[in-house]
Design a protein around this ligand. Structure first.
Ligand code: PRP
Ligand code: URA
Length: 208
């Protein structure tokens, strides 16, 4: 599936501040959360609604509601957890699973260290969240793990993606719809996105 780049002047503006190396931890966290709201909004466009009758103070009426518990958001640790805040502001009853992966700095290959999902992911919409899609290794590995566990309906939300990683993800998992706020120029020779924003985990958690 072709990746969807979510476009909006507010996203451009917020990305500009996010990318700036002078932006501090507090503002960086807030911006990650705010941009996530936009990505989540777009990714939920095809959400299923069911009809229900309620009473307003004036009259009975039919309304349409979502079952928030049908959605499992899965941050890839660590940096993905910075996006949970934006998700739960929008869908407060969504379920959250966790996948722990880090990149081996030499091989750039993802190493798994944690995996915990809510029950029944085979019948739920699973949405992976990670601010950076660089080589695509972490995303591909996370999707493979979730498919092995029974997930059938998977989306992937990232804030900044590299063309190299997007291509690899599409080849490895063509059924997964990717949403991102920016598609950058390239990866550098140590696997960082150019121009990117640096190390997302370090900037979210102040471990620079
Ligand atoms: C970052 C990022 C992604 C991964 C992307 O995590 O949050 O998970 O790199 O790179 P890839 O597409 O080349 O796999 P990192 O490994 O730095 O771990 P962290 O979140 O704990 O800082
Ligand atoms: N992970 C990051 O945090 N930043 C990059 O540019 C690439 C991977």
């Amino acid at each position: 599936m072709k990746p969807i780049k979510v476009e909006h002047p507010l996203i451009e503006h917020k990305l500009a501040i996010l990318r700036n190396k002078k932006t501090g931890t507090k503002e960086f966290r807030e911006l990650i959360s705010e941009i996530t709201l936009f990505l989540c909004y777009e990714a939920m466009k095809d959400a299923k609604l069911t009809e229900k009758e309620i009473e307003t103070p004036i009259t009975k009426t039919k309304v349409h509601v979502m079952n928030e518990k049908d959605y499992v958001f899965v941050p890839i640790l660590r940096a993905g957890t910075g996006m949970i805040d934006g998700i739960v502001k929008m869908i407060p009853n969504a379920k959250i699973g966790h996948i722990g992966l880090y990149r081996n700095e030499e091989t750039l290959k993802p190493v798994r260290y944690y995996y915990k999902m809510p029950k029944g992911i085979e019948n739920k919409q699973v949405i992976i969240i990670d601010p950076m899609l660089a080589t695509g290794g972490s995303g591909i590995d996370a999707i493979t793990l979730l498919k092995e566990d029974g997930a059938k309906d998977i989306k992937f939300l990232s804030i900044i993606a590299a063309p190299e990683g997007l291509k690899k993800m599409q080849e490895a998992h063509p059924d997964v719809q990717i949403y991102c706020a920016a598609i950058d120029e390239k990866l550098n020779d140590v696997g960082y996105i150019v121009p990117g924003l640096g190390d997302a985990g370090d900037r979210i958690f102040g471990t620079v």
